[in-house]
Structure formats: C-alpha cells, structure tokens
Design a protein around this ligand. Structure first.
Ligand code: SAH
Ligand code: SF4
Ligand code: F3S
Length: 452
C-alpha cells in the first residue's frame, strides 16, 4: 500500500530493478549491507540472491589485508564478464576499498560505475541514478556523525535467532598497522534509544540473541550513556534475550563492564580481546596502548568476575622488526591465557598507515608463514584442551539449526559461544533454549546429550 502511494507521488529510482550484493570483511560490513538493502528497497530496488538476474551488483569490500583486496579484484573481473552479456548492468564498489582506492576505481581500466564509501550509503540512490544515466556515481566522503541510526536493516541471514546491531562506527585508535581508521573515519556512537528499540523489536520478532557491534565497542559513549550502561539497558529487555558484543579493545575493558556482565546471566560469558602480540615492545610499535602486563591483569580481572568466561583473540605474526624472542612471547601469552579461539594473521603492510611510512615490513614471507604456523598449531592445542575441559559440564544452548553433517542432529551455542551438537528430539526447534551435557568433543565442536 505504502509503496503504491509513494509511487504515485514520484518515480522511484529502482522501479523494480534487481539488486545483488556480495559482502566481504567484518561483521560491520555484513550489517552495512543490510542497511544498504534497506535504503535501496525504499527506492524500489528488489533484493535478489541470484546474480544472473541482477540489474545492479554491489560489492561491499574489505581492505584489512592485501589478500582480502586481491580476492575482490578477482571477483570484480568476473563480474565485468557478466556485463559483457548484459551491457546495462551497473557494477558498484562500496565499503572500505571504495574509501581507500577511490582514484583507481574511478579512472582507467579498473573504473566501476558506482563508488561509495562506508558513510555515503544514503546517497546510493543518487549515485545509481548517475550511473544509469551513463556517468559515474562517486561519493567517498567520511562523516563525523553518520550512524544510520534510524534505518531499519533488512535482515538477510535467515536463521531468525541471532542478529547484529551496529552501535558505533569508525575507530580512533590508529594501531600503526591498521587501515580501518582511514577507511571508516572517526569514532561515533549511535543514540542508545534507537539501539534498545532495535533490540526490542528483534526480540518481539522471535530473535533470541543480539550482538552489539563496533570496531571498538567498549569505547561507546553517547551523552551520559557509556558501554556498561548500554549493556545494562539491552540486557534488561528480557532475560531470554542473549546479549553479546564485539570487538573490545583491551584498554577499555573496565571493571564496571565486567561487573555488569557478571550481574546479568543473559550477557554471554565470552569476551573477544584482541592481543595482537605478547610482547610489550612489539605492542608499543603497534601503538596498542597497553603492555603484556596490563593485558594479563585484565584477563585476571575477567576471571575474577566470571571464572567461566571464554576469552578469544586476534594475533598478528611477523609485524615490523619482530624478533624470535618477541614471537616466543606471543606463544607464551597464548599459553598463559589459554584462549578458547583465535583469529590469526600474517602481517600485511597497508599503504597510508603509520607502519607503512615509518616501520619497515622487514620479516620475510617464509618467516611470517613459519611463525603463523606455530601460532595456529598452538591454538589448535589450546582449543582442544579447552573443549576437553568442558566434557561432563552442562550448558544452556540456544538452538540455531540442523547440523550440516547429520539431519537428525541440531546445533546451537552455549554462553561461551562454543558450537554444541546434539541429537534432535520431538518438540525442540530453532530458537529454543535446551540444556545439554557435553559428552565428547572435536577441536571445533562440543558434542552433547540433551538433559530432559
Ligand atoms: N577493531 C578490532 C579489529 C579490527 S580488524 C580490534 O582492534 O580488535 C581485525 C583484525 O585484523 C585485527 O584485530 C588484527 O589482528 C588484524 N589486522 C588488522 N590490520 C592488519 C594488517 N595490516 N595485517 C594483518 N592483520 C591485520
Ligand atoms: Fe584497527 Fe586498532 Fe582500530 Fe582495531 S583498534 S580497528 S586494529 S586501528
Ligand atoms: Fe575490512 Fe573494513 Fe571491516 S577493512 S575488516 S571491512 S572495517
């Protein structure tokens, strides 16, 4: 009804044209894609999962490491081939690469029809119009205010149980290796009322878990409302709504936040706390603003408040000047903390960052690979040990779906974010909470039995 009314007032840019979006990079990008779909549906575009029927293809891109960008360049040339068969097809690059590589993407043989940076999505209807008129639609302005606060994202992942809510954008930390502050602009927080409203609506629509998202969620602040207060408000919506958050910077893991977590059972017992390195000298070169000792003290504080809290991390192997000793310190930190899980990367120099100008990328590819391999092997051991420790324990599991391997099994996650697989039973469905006792494990999964 609404749509027809709007149609009669002014022509919509989209006019039923089909939109396909492919998303790379972090959860922030996944969330942004849902905002882009929402903005463009308002304009009459129709979202499709079939690339073959698309009139507009957008690629939401990531610049975090060179290999992320290389993959996307490869994908872009495939899409250009699609265009040979359908010359009216519009191809756009949005997200972090659009921001970082605007010149290359607007001129010469790599040029695409539309280039939109992460703060320019409200402008997409106009940019697409320009492209459809035969020109280029380009907007890579970064904003100090844009949070897309009142735009209701179109939820594209269909599980209907767990959703992400972006609570802030940008990053002010300028870790010396990282491109994010340049592609995403400065930090800004979203009005807490719009966040709580979104979470409440999700819960009313059957969702049982929300993850509050930002590059640095725990530096959230909107007026008087800081991150612990925001968590309090979201957790108060309903005890049956689980609340998670990512990613926290170790420097901002306050006792106040740990207290709020400990006093709400529905705030999940897991903290993603990227260490990057176990060496204080290296952390200084990385501009991480904490030392190994500070980090370990925060880990001890987490354990004091919540002995059952899982701790996960990100680690970089082979950053500028990394000595063998510094690498060993990363391995010893991993052992000392006993991470449940880690994302592990080889350092990739990013143009424009402090490191690219002042800290040489001087660790050979072979050494980076060897060190990363050691880190991965150690983490596999630690994950397996952590899973073994869970055998015999009982957990409350939020059911997310049917196991990919066996149709007669369901899977879900415990509060610690570990995947638990168990036998399906009559009456148990996606979105239910069930109690499960762990009987066995693999390095990546817990296997359990339902407790009636
Ligand atoms: N804001 C989050 C993470 C952002 S990017 C945080 O600070 O924790 C995700 C991860 O990518 C980082 O934690 C880091 O481990 C890794 N990363 C960032 N820049 C990188 C680079 N230039 N090379 C390799 N890994 C990088
Ligand atoms: Fe990058 Fe550091 Fe910001 Fe994380 S905190 S996004 S690693 S600059
Ligand atoms: Fe990548 Fe941008 Fe996210 S660089 S990791 S998509 S903020």
């Amino acid at each position: 009804m609404n749509c027809e009314l709007k149609n009669s007032l002014r022509p919509l840019t989209g006019e039923g044209r089909k939109l396909f979006i492919e998303t790379y990079g972090c959860q922030m990008n996944v969330g942004d894609t849902e905002i882009v779909v929402s903005i463009l549906q308002q304009e009459g575009y129709r979202y499709t999962e079939q690339i073959a029927e698309a009139d507009v293809i957008l690629i939401n891109t990531c610049s975090i490491r060179d290999n992320a960008e290389q993959r996307i360049w490869g994908r872009l040339s495939e899409m250009r081939r699609f265009r040979k068969a359908k010359p009216s097809l519009i191809i756009g690059i949005i997200g972090c690469m659009a921001e970082r590589l605007k010149e290359r993407l607007t001129e010469g043989r790599d040029a695409v029809d539309v280039v939109a940076g992460p703060d320019a999505y409200r402008d997409l209807p106009r940019l697409l119009r320009e492209a459809e008129a035969g020109g280029h639609g380009v907007n890579t302005l970064l904003s100090t205010e844009e949070t897309y606060a009142e735009i209701a994202p179109v939820r594209l992942d269909k599980n209907g149980v767990s959703a992400f809510i972006a609570i802030m954008r940008g990053c002010n930390n300028y870790c010396s290796y990282c491109v994010v502050p340049y592609t995403r602009g400065i930090e800004r927080s979203r009005d807490p009322e719009t966040i709580v409203r979104e979470a409440r609506e999700l819960f009313a629509n059957g969702y049982k878990e929300v993850t509050l998202l930002g590059q640095n969620v725990n530096s959230y602040r909107f007026g008087e409302v800081n991150f612990p207060e925001l968590m309090r408000r979201v957790a108060a919506i309903n005890p049956a709504l689980r609340v998670r958050f990512a990613t926290s910077h170790p420097k901002d893991i306050s006792d106040e936040l740990l207290e709020v977590m400990a006093s709400h059972e529905n705030i999940c017992r897991t903290i993603h706390l990227p260490a990057q390195s176990g060496s204080s000298a290296m952390l200084k070169r990385m501009n991480r603003k904490y030392t190994r000792e500070w980090y370990l003290e925060r880990v001890a504080a987490i354990r004091r408040y919540m002995p059952d809290c899982a701790i996960t991390t990100d680690l970089i192997a082979g950053f500028s000047g990394e000595t063998e000793e510094e690498h060993r310190e990363t391995l010893s930190l991993m052992r000392e903390v006993g991470y449940e899980f880690a994302y592990m990367f080889k350092y990739s120099e990013r143009p424009g960052t402090f490191a690219s100008k002042h800290l040489p990328d001087d660790i050979s590819e072979e050494l980076k690979t060897a060190r990363l391999q050691e880190i991965i092997e150690l983490q596999n051991e630690l994950s397996m040990e952590s899973n073994r420790r869970d055998i015999g324990k009982e957990f409350s599991i939020l059911v997310e779906g049917t196991s990919k391997r066996r149709k007669d099994q369901l899977f879900g996650r415990n509060s610690q974010n570990k995947v638990v697989v168990f036998d399906a039973a009559d009456g148990v469905k996606v979105g239910d909470y069930v109690r499960v006792r762990v009987s066995d494990c693999t390095p990546a999964t817990l296997l359990g039995k339902r407790i009636e």
